[in-house]
Write a protein that binds this ligand. Structure first.
Ligand SMILES: Nc1ncnc2c1ncn2[C@@H]1O[C@H](COP(=O)(O)OP(=O)(O)OP(=O)(O)O)[C@@H](O)[C@H]1O
Length: 339
């Protein structure tokens, strides 16, 4: 559905300073129907990527294909109609305060030249979809943050886009409201089949609704993959960050600590007692958690082994269990992302 091919975006530097390379050759393949997360620390290029995707910014080079059409070649009327294929939900909602809920949602349809009856019908059914029935005549100032964002989502969907871009759409909301708005985005994805791209610095957003993700670092893709594959991979810094199990500094040397991740049914299985027997190892559990990641349960434990433990026997045990992965040592920290 969305193919980003070697995207480069360079801005002129301020006050005659050298150029700023915001994106340095980003390539992504986002299949139809995914909820794709883009994460990265401040300045890594997330907003620039989003503005290139919703055609507010022209790439310096590279291509963006949507359903096979190269959006970077469009201009004039073609560009305006291409923009309607992509709906954006903003962090600060960006609603018009002088307009009611209904008329905020109708706005993109007015701009597209739709007649009043069709606008009303479409906006009313979107109001139902986002759970705001009865609020048609309210003004944004009469709504909670979560309700305002529901209007933002309905407005972004009004022109029946193929892609919904969410730009830190839950950053201004409290945790409970965040979960409700994320669940709405997931429901919209399921019921309308719209592909969703979520720009965020919150790892909880990835865990709750994303099917795949990419991590940006200094304008480049540092890693990308399906969420469960990233979590299962001992080499993925994003996978480690998505389910941290704490680093207790009192552990001292990390040579005898490891993180074991169990995916799916294995998360509820007796793998730890089996490992202890099988590898003849004494094990202390020094951190752990079990989380629902999308529709998969993931368990992760930080274990400390005694100096006598035979690492090879522990590794052989893990190798025999396809739903377990192991990573020795303390792991890496990712800056700029929050739980
Ligand atoms: N209009 C602009 N003019 C010049 N430089 C820019 C412009 N927009 C972004 N940049 C620079 O491009 C780089 C990437 O910025 P961008 O806003 O895309 O990062 P980000 O990951 O979205 O950061 P944040 O999470 O803080 O919003 C930064 O070095 C930024 O200073």
């Amino acid at each position: 559905m969305i193919v980003v091919d070697n995207l480069v975006k360079t801005y002129p530097g301020a006050g005659g300073a050298g150029e700023v390379a915001a994106l340095r050759g980003v390539s992504l393949n986002i299949p139809d129907g995914e909820i794709f997360g883009v994460v990265g620390p401040s300045g890594s290029g997330k907003s620039t990527l989003l503005r290139c995707l919703n055609l507010l910014e022209k790439p310096t080079s590279g291509r963006i294909l949507l359903g096979g059409d190269d959006l970077s070649t469009f201009s004039g009327a073609d560009l305006r109609s291409a923009r309607r294929r992509i709906g954006t939900v903003f962090q600060q909602f960006n609603l018009l305060h002088s307009r009611t809920v209904l008329r905020n949602i109708e706005l993109p349809l007015e701009l597209a030249g739709l007649g009043k009856d069709e606008r009303r019908t479409r906006a009313s059914s979107l109001i139902d979809l986002v759970g705001l029935s009865g609020k048609e005549k309210s003004y944004p100032s009469q709504l909670s943050g979560g309700q305002q964002q529901r209007v933002g989502i309905a407005r972004a969907l009004a022109a029946e886009p193929e892609v919904l871009l969410c730009d830190e759409a839950t950053s201004a909301l409290d945790p409970d409201t965040t979960d409700q708005v994320l669940d709405l985005v997931a429901e919209v994805n399921r019921t309308l089949g719209v592909t969703v791209v979520v720009i965020t610095h919150e790892l909880g957003v990835l865990r709750r609704i994303c099917t795949s993700a990419a991590r940006l670092e200094a304008g480049r893709i540092a890693e990308t993959g399906r969420i469960t594959d990233l979590i299962a991979s001992p080499d993925s810094a994003l996978g480690a960050a998505m389910l941290p199990v704490g680093d207790d500094p009192s552990l001292g040397s990390t040579a005898d600590t490891a993180v074991v991740t169990a995916i799916g049914d294995a998360a509820h299985g007796p793998w730890l007692s089996q490992m202890i027997r099988d590898a003849d190892a004494d094990i202390a559990v020094v951190g752990g958690r079990v989380e629902q990641v999308g529709d998969v349960t993931v368990g992760r434990m930080r274990l400390r082994f005694t100096a006598e433990t035979d690492h090879a026997r522990v590794e052989q045990f893990v190798d025999r269990h396809p739903h377990l992965t192991l990573s020795w040592g303390a792991g890496t920290e990712l800056e700029g992302l929050t739980e």
